[in-house]
Each structure stands twice: as structure tokens, then as C-alpha cells.
Design a protein around this ligand. Structure first.
Ligand code: S3P
Length: 450
């Protein structure tokens, strides 16, 4: 796969107030993990609320290729009949993870300590992304890998026949790397220890505990130390996937910048390792509240209410918050354009190795639309123009990146002239109902003829 088929150019124009309820899809991170851990337990795991975006569907296909039975009922309930820890079969063909870094990295981890070989590939975006961050620690377990230059996909992993447990300090703040190591540790005897200096999303740890693995997390001077005992018998679960805060970010941010808006986004996962954007928006003066805070399926959940916020102001985003909002910087930079003053974002080097170089993609699109942006290797500053003063009018390149495409669509809803993207097709990877949902709230997004 090299892209997402035919490009879909889209234009978003200034619209009236956004009003109503935004039922965003299930959490992408949790959906991948539910399928993978379901496949690694013996028996039937039932998943409701699964995100049916391309990324997750690619992981479902991959789990079938490794021997699990994965089916979907007409009402959207998914069933995974797993094969157990160490039970993966060798796939017949190449595993295509499409656009998904999470999919490929977590699956590589989960097969790396079984005596099987698998070859992985992805789309043009995924095939540019660094994989050594995962294959380096997998080598410590005894797995071998060979890929393209620079540790890129396509890549073959030869799983370790006789794996050993590892103690590994993750060198970059990455939940994908942490999770790959933990999933590999499942089939290694003894204790695998992962240390992260900055806390990243902890869905893997929470879900492993839910499936009955022995796993502990301790905050120490070294960082967060996660210890997993290998070779557990995972017990199948019933999983209710909360809705994705990273998808909720789009209707929430749109409501803040479109005059008169009042949008309710119910049932959003508010795991503290994911919720950084919402606190940042509040710090910027957003009228954003959490209603009905509760816990569901081991994850904190709330209903978000976002209202038009005419007095947004720029802030210095605390760098220690970066990991908890790493996917939200693109849409935050759009809100920053409508705020008064500068929004300074530091400690965000990881943005350069996402589905696209997100600093570069957003900075060039914002500049084309009349917003001044400065950027360096691990920082960027958006010089806000204030409400009513964002020119718009340009076409931006989405670089096969769903969040870039959706961010510029949000910008068009409040800019003085329409904002376009060359290709909105990647939106289907994480938020396939984006256009319909935003239209229902009152947005005006059109697909343009090519
Ligand atoms: C994810 C982790 C993050 C995030 C990605 C999903 C996950 O990536 O950007 O969208 O589900 O573990 P990194 O772990 O590489 O930061």
C-alpha cells in the first residue's frame, strides 16, 4: 500500500454556531490493545465501542493472520478468540499495518518472543517512520530484524526461539516503545522491567492488569518503573472502549473558536496520560468543563462541554505535559492562531516523527493561511492573531496525516476565508465519521472535485 487510494481534497468554510452532541468514535489506542490482548488470551474477548477506523481494522486483520479468530456482529460488537501468550502462528503473507505506527510497533512486540517470522509493511507515511526504537529493545529479548536503511519498513522480524527477559529504559517518551517491550515480555520467562523517564499513556499496563497479568508500576527517582512477570495465562475480558479524547479534541477546539458554539462531547476517556490538551485549553481561557466524571472499565471518563471562547490567550505549554497531549498539538496550534498572543510549545521533538513531521506540516499550512509561526528542532511558537483576524484562504498539504487534515478543517470553520487540504482521505484512519459528525453540528466541509 502506498497511500490511501484516490486523494480527497476538502474545503472547510466559516460556519454559524456549532451546536449539539458530538458522539466521537472509540479510543484508537485502547482499540488496538483490546484486539492484541484478546488475541493473546485463550478464549473469547468481547469488545464494544471499538474504533472501526482503518488503523484498527488493519490490526484486526493482522491478528487473524497470526491465528486469532476476529469477528464483528452487525451491532458493532467484536469477538476475539485468542490463541494465548506464545500461541501466535506464523503469518502466510506480509502484515500491512497501513498508516498505523501503534499497530505495527505493538504487533512487532507481541510476536518478537515467539519462534515465528513475520514481515511488516505500511503506507508511504508509515514506511518513512523510525522502527529501530522498537527493534533495538526487541533484539535484547533475542529477536532479529532486517529492514530498509534507517530502520524503516518493510521489515522482517525473526522472533526469539528462546527469549530472555529484559530491563530497558525507554530513550524517548513513547508509549508505543514501552508497549512493544511489555508485549514482548509477556512470552519471556521471569520479569521484564521497563523504565520511562516521562509518563506516557498507560493503557497497555491497565489492560494487562485487567487481563490478569502480574504487572506493577512504581514512581521512582529513575522514573516510572513497570515490572511485568512473563508467561501469564491471560484471561479473556469484556472490554468497553471509551471514546477517544484525541478525536474529541476536534469538535471541542472547533466549538471554542466558532462564535456562538455550545457542544457536548459525551463519554470521553480522561486518562491523565491523555488529557493534557483539555487542561491546556482551560489555561488559555477556554470555556470547557468536565461533567459527570466517573470511571468505566478501569479508565476515567467524563462528558466534555465546550463553548465559544472569545478571549483565548496564548500560553507557554508546560513541556512536562507534552506526552499527555502529544497527538493534540496540531489542533492546539489552530486554537493558538485564534488566541491573542504567543503560544509556545517546547519539548516536542516527537512531533517530527509522527504520521508526518507535524511541526513542519502545521507551520507551513498556518503560514500559508496568514499566521506567523517560528519553529526549531523541538519547539514551535504560534503568534496568535486573535479572534476574527485569521485570514485563511489557502490549501494545505495533509502529508497522509489524519490529524493535519482535521486540524485545517477546524481552522476553516472560523477563518475569514475557506481553508482547504489536498487530501482528507487519511481522516478515515482514526475518525471515519468526522465529516458527518461535524456537519451535524453545523460545520461546512465540502469534498472538492479534483
Ligand atoms: C500511541 C502512542 C503515541 C501516539 C499514538 C498512539 C499509542 O505514540 O502518538 O498516536 O497508542 O501507544 P508514541 O508512543 O510513539 O509517542
Amino acid at each position: 500500500m502506498s497511500g490511501h487510494g484516490t486523494p480527497i481534497p476538502m474545503t472547510s468554510s466559516q460556519c454559524g454556531p456549532l451546536r449539539g452532541q458530538a458522539d466521537v468514535p472509540g479510543d484508537k489506542s485502547i482499540s488496538h490493545r483490546a484486539l492484541i490482548l484478546g488475541a493473546l488470551s485463550v478464549g473469547e474477548t468481547v469488545v464494544t465501542g471499538l474504533l472501526e477506523g482503518e488503523d484498527v481494522l488493519d490490526t484486526a486483520k493482522a491478528m487473524r493472520a497470526f491465528g486469532a479468530e476476529v469477528t464483528r456482529d452487525d451491532d458493532g460488537t467484536w469477538h476475539v478468540h485468542g490463541v494465548g501468550v506464545g500461541g501466535f502462528a506464523e503469518p502466510d503473507g506480509v502484515i500491512d499495518c497501513g498508516n498505523s505506527g501503534t499497530g505495527v510497533r505493538l504487533i512487532m512486540g507481541s510476536m518478537a518472543t515467539s519462534p515465528i517470522t513475520a514481515t511488516f509493511t505500511g503506507d508511504a507515511s508509515l514506511n518513512k517512520r523510525p522502527m529501530a526504537r522498537v527493534t533495538d529493545p526487541l533484539a535484547l529479548f533475542g529477536a532479529q530484524s532486517v529492514g530498509r536503511s534507517g530502520g524503516r519498513l518493510p521489515m522482517t522480524i525473526v522472533g526469539a526461539a528462546d527469549p530472555v527477559p529484559v530491563r530497558y529504559t525507554v530513550p524517548v517518551p513513547s508509549a508505543q516503545v514501552k508497549s512493544a517491550v511489555l508485549l514482548a515480555g509477556l512470552n519471556a520467562p521471569g520479569q521484564t522491567v521497563v523504565i520511562e523517564k516521562e509518563a506516557t499513556r498507560d493503557h497497555t499496563e491497565r489492560m494487562l492488569a485487567g487481563f490478569g497479568a502480574q504487572i506493577t508500576t512504581e514512581d521512582t527517582d529513575e522514573g516510572r518503573v513497570i515490572t511485568l512477570t512473563g508467561r501469564p495465562e491471560l484471561i479473556p475480558q469484556t472490554i468497553i472502549v471509551p471514546r477517544d479524547p484525541s478525536s474529541a479534541a476536534f469538535p471541542v477546539c472547533a466549538a471554542l473558536i466558532v462564535p456562538g458554539s455550545d457542544v457536548l462531547v459525551p463519554n470521553i476517556g480522561l486518562n491523565p496520560t491523555r488529557a493534557g490538551l483539555f487542561y491546556t485549553l482551560q489555561d488559555m481561557g477556554a470555556d470547557l468543563s468536565f461533567e459527570n466524571l466517573r470511571e468505566e472499565g478501569g479508565e476515567p471518563v467524563a462528558d466534555l462541554r465546550a463553548k465559544f471562547s472569545p478571549d483565548l490567550h496564548g500560553i507557554e505549554v508546560p513541556p512536562e505535559r507534552a506526552a499527555s497531549m502529544i497527538d493534540e498539538y496540531p489542533v492546539l496550534s489552530v486554537v493558538a492562531a485564534f488566541a491573542a498572543g504567543d503560544t509556545v510549545m517546547r519539548g516536542v521533538k516527537e512531533l517530527r516523527v509522527k504520521e508526518s513531521d507535524r511541526i513542519e506540516a502545521m507551520a507551513s499550512g498556518l503560514r500559508l493561511n496568514g499566521v506567523e509561526v517560528e519553529d526549531g528542532p523541538d519547539w514551535w511558537i504560534v503568534h496568535g492573531r486573535g479572534h476574527g483576524n485569521v485570514p485563511g484562504g489557502a490549501t494545505c498539504v495533509s502529508h497522509l496525516d489524519h490529524r493535519i487534515a482535521m486540524s485545517f478543517m477546524v481552522m476553516g470553520m472560523a477563518a475569514n476565508a475557506p481553508v482547504s487540504v489536498d487530501d482528507g482521505s487519511p481522516i478515515a484512519t482514526s475518525f471515519p465519521i468526522f465529516e458527518g459528525l461535524m456537519a451535524q453540528l453545523g460545520a461546512q466541509i465540502e469534498r472538492r472535485a479534483q
